[in-house]
Design a protein around this ligand. Structure first.
Ligand code: NIG
Ligand code: FE
Length: 419
């Protein structure tokens, strides 16, 4: 927690002063900026900002507010990555090669690969090693500009192993300089032993995993992979409605592999978000319009698996809010670089750079119920901001796809170097 005064900012971008907690439709196309600006950080929070002409440095003496001259550089809120699975054991490049040779994601999963493959590997790894690996991924994503993150379980699939992942996330929360939300995703896939006994596994989730998780306070949300070949709409409804009795809100995986009713069951259960949405038609859009559920797109997954991109241009044009997240995981998206997600949103999904950045900042924060704390340049919010390299315009961020324009990330007033 510290103080800092950023001066000569070429453009302070992503200012929200009206108390908006999320942006929808046309308002997503606007990013408020102040050129030639200053930003004061006090005790790790945004204290003040404005144009350099308005800066009264006598209020911020240099002994208390060290100065950082960022001439030529943009300053914007850190990305909020509202959907990741960064606690995993091993990579799955073997399946990547199988897909290149013609197998589909679903065929690999059906044959015991995919999520079950990751579960086998995670079950064989101890908590300390998992924690170490997750720490290095956490550090990696902060260096790429992520200033708050959600992390899911879901590669355990036994009582002990789901708890193991959630305990790792709890340890990450304790050492992380950025906020973390934890999501219980025991309903990620049916273990082989329950292939023909779905109710048996659901019982395990609801009667053994959930009580243990609640008693250790290990999860902020519950998630279900509601899709063809995974959990049905009825099974999803059963799990979410049971969890709701204990105050656990939902964030669900839906409509990745087909028009499977994931959106409708998410909305019915007042889910905070419904994520993936590669198969979204007018019916799903109408359903979302009548809800508070945030649609979250994961373009890195579409890019890597070669599946359709979620039609988020259409969603924004219909007046919806839209959020972008990485989905960092070993199967469908082995990458947590949010600036690449933003590039994909612009090049493949036709969002403007302003829309994509809003989707990855304030709307990301809304998708983890943190937009009162993070996701914009607003007085009082946590001062997690990106300082870019010297750039001429905001569009340069998505334009140089795959190459970060980030010079440093300031986390609660300090340049982030290591955990
Ligand atoms: O969000 N789709 C479901 N779960 C993850 C991927 C899981 C995996 O293949 O390991 C996702 O893409
Ligand atoms: Fe996911």
């Amino acid at each position: 927690m510290s103080n800092l005064l950023l001066i000569n900012i070429k453009s302070l971008t992503g200012i929200l002063e009206g108390g908006q907690l999320r942006l929808a439709g046309q308002s997503m196309g606007y990013l408020h900026q102040i050129e030639n600006a200053f930003l004061v950080i006090e005790n790790g929070r945004i204290k003040d900002f404005g144009s350099m002409q308005e800066l009264d440095d006598s209020k911020f003496p240099i002994e208390l507010y060290p100065q950082m001259d960022v001439s030529g550089k943009f300053v914007l809120p850190c990305f909020v990555d509202s959907h990741t699975h960064i606690v995993f054991a091993k990579t799955r490049e073997d399946e990547f090669v199988m897909r290149i040779k013609g197998k589909t994601y679903e065929e690999i999963a059906e044959a015991g690969g995919g999520i079950l493959n990751s579960a086998k590997r995670l079950q064989a790894m101890n908590e300390d090693d998992l924690f170490k690996e997750a720490c290095s991924r956490l550090k990696e994503i902060i260096l790429y500009g992520t200033g708050a993150v959600e992390i899911k379980s879901g590669y355990g699939l036994t009582v002990a192993d789901e708890l193991k992942i959630l305990r790792v996330i709890k340890r990450l929360k304790a050492i992380s300089p950025i906020p973390i939300k934890a999501t219980f995703l025991g309903a990620h896939a049916f273990p082989l032993a329950y292939k023909n006994n779905h109710q048996g596994y659901i019982q395990l989730i609801l009667e053994e995993m959930l009580p243990a998780i609640l008693s250790e306070n290990l999860a902020d949300y519950i998630d279900v992979f509601c899709d063809q070949g995974f959990f049905s709409v009825d099974e999803t409804n059963q799990i979410l409605s049971h969890a709701a009795k204990f105050g656990l809100k939902a964030k669900i995986h839906g409509n990745e592999l087909g028009y499977t009713g994931g959106v409708q069951v998410a909305v019915k259960n007042n889910a905070i978000s419904v994520d993936h949405l590669e198969f979204t038609g007018q019916e799903e859009i109408d359903c979302l319009l009548n809800s508070q559920t945030m649609p979250v797109a994961l373009p890195g997954c579409s890019f890597f698996l070669g599946i359709p991109y979620a039609p988020i241009r259409k969603m924004i044009d219909a007046g919806l809010p839209v959020c972008l997240a990485s989905d960092y995981n070993p199967g469908s998206t082995p990458n947590g670089r949010m600036s690449f997600v933003i590039s994909l949103a612009c090049t493949q999904m036709k969002l403007t750079p302003e829309e994509a950045i809003n989707a990855a900042t304030i709307n990301g924060a809304a998708a983890i119920e943190m937009s009162h704390e993070i996701g914009s340049i607003t007085k009082g919010k946590i001062a997690n901001v990106i300082v870019t390299k010297p750039i001429n315009s905001l569009a340069i961020i998505p334009y140089h796809f795959g190459v970060d324009q980030i010079e440093s990330c300031i986390i609660r007033g300090q340049i982030f170097k290591d955990l």
